[in-house]
Each structure stands twice: as structure tokens, then as C-alpha cells.
Ligand binder design. Structure first.
Ligand SMILES: [Mg+2]
Length: 160
């Protein structure tokens, strides 16, 4: 399943620095929310706050794209003043494609960041962006359907 192989495998969102973004010519990050930027259904912690500040300081844009509800996304994004969209229906690219069009953002200068191959990486590939997979944050809080999906992802990765 090499088609699902991300361009980058990182430990944590904070591995993405302004230098790293410059090096890879990326100005916009489309990021998953739950288990990527925060524990499932929990608010962002100080670390994500500092990371978001440093991105905006260096002119990079962060856009949250989640399959969770708009309410969850707004609750997370509003304190940071960053744009975010819920109910994105990943891995389908169509809703995010529409947001990209409205925001006038090109896939060539974008990165898709997430913790799930079958949701985030696949979606980013379909949007023709670079993709980065991170290790999930706070796995003990994840819903059961995500736990099963991770087992499937484990077998996909074994085939690389
Ligand atoms: Mg996630």
C-alpha cells in the first residue's frame, strides 16, 4: 500500500519548525485535530499554543480540518484565533478542496498533517499535497473505531 505512504513521518507536531517549512516550501498546514494537535475532545495545551504562535510569527498558516463536529473545532480554534473546519468527511477531498479554493491556497505549498493513514494521509494525497504522519497524542482516550483502524494501519505499514 505504498500509495498511502506519507512524505514525512514525524513524532510530534512540534517537529515542524519554521526552518523545516521553508526547506520544504510549505506556507500552509492543513492539520487534523484529535490525536494530532490535542488529546481526543480535549482543548489545546500550552505546547500547541506556543507552536501556533511561532508559526504565525514566521508567516505560516495553520488550518484545522477535522471529521469531528464544528462545535469541537470551534472550541479548539477560537482561543488561538485560527481557522478551522469540522465535518470535513476525510478521506474525501471535496470539502477541503472547496475551503482551499475560498482561501486561495495551492496544494504545492501545502502540507497535510495528521495521525491516521486512512483518513489524513490518504486525504492529503488526494488533494495532491505533501503529507506528514505524526504519532497519536493520548491514545488511551480514543474511540474504539479509531483503535480498530490503527490495527489495520499497522498491517499496511508492514507492507512498505
Ligand atoms: Mg486524528
Amino acid at each position: 500500500m505504498a500509495v498511502l505512504k506519507p512524505d514525512f513521518e514525524l513524532h510530534h507536531f512540534s517537529d515542524i519548525t519554521s526552518d523545516w517549512l521553508k526547506q520544504h516550501n510549505i506556507s500552509t498546514i492543513f492539520s487534523d485535530l484529535d490525536s494530532t494537535l490535542a488529546v481526543h475532545d480535549q482543548p489545546g495545551e500550552q505546547e500547541v499554543n506556543e507552536w501556533i504562535q511561532s508559526l504565525s510569527h514566521h508567516g505560516a498558516q495553520l488550518v484545522v480540518v477535522s471529521n469531528n463536529s464544528d462545535e469541537r473545532v470551534d472550541k479548539f480554534c477560537d482561543p488561538f484565533g485560527i481557522p478551522g473546519f469540522g465535518d470535513c468527511k476525510k478521506p474525501s477531498p471535496s470539502i477541503i478542496k472547496q475551503h482551499m479554493k475560498e482561501m486561495k491556497v495551492e496544494p504545492e505549498s501545502s502540507l497535510f498533517l495528521g495521525d491516521q493513514l486512512l483518513t489524513d494521509v490518504w486525504c492529503g494525497k488526494r488533494l495532491k499535497m505533501k503529507t506528514a504522519l505524526v504519532k497519536p497524542i493520548g491514545r488511551e482516550h480514543e474511540p474504539i473505531q479509531i483503535v480498530w483502524k490503527r490495527k489495520l494501519e499497522y498491517w499496511i505499514k508492514k507492507g512498505w
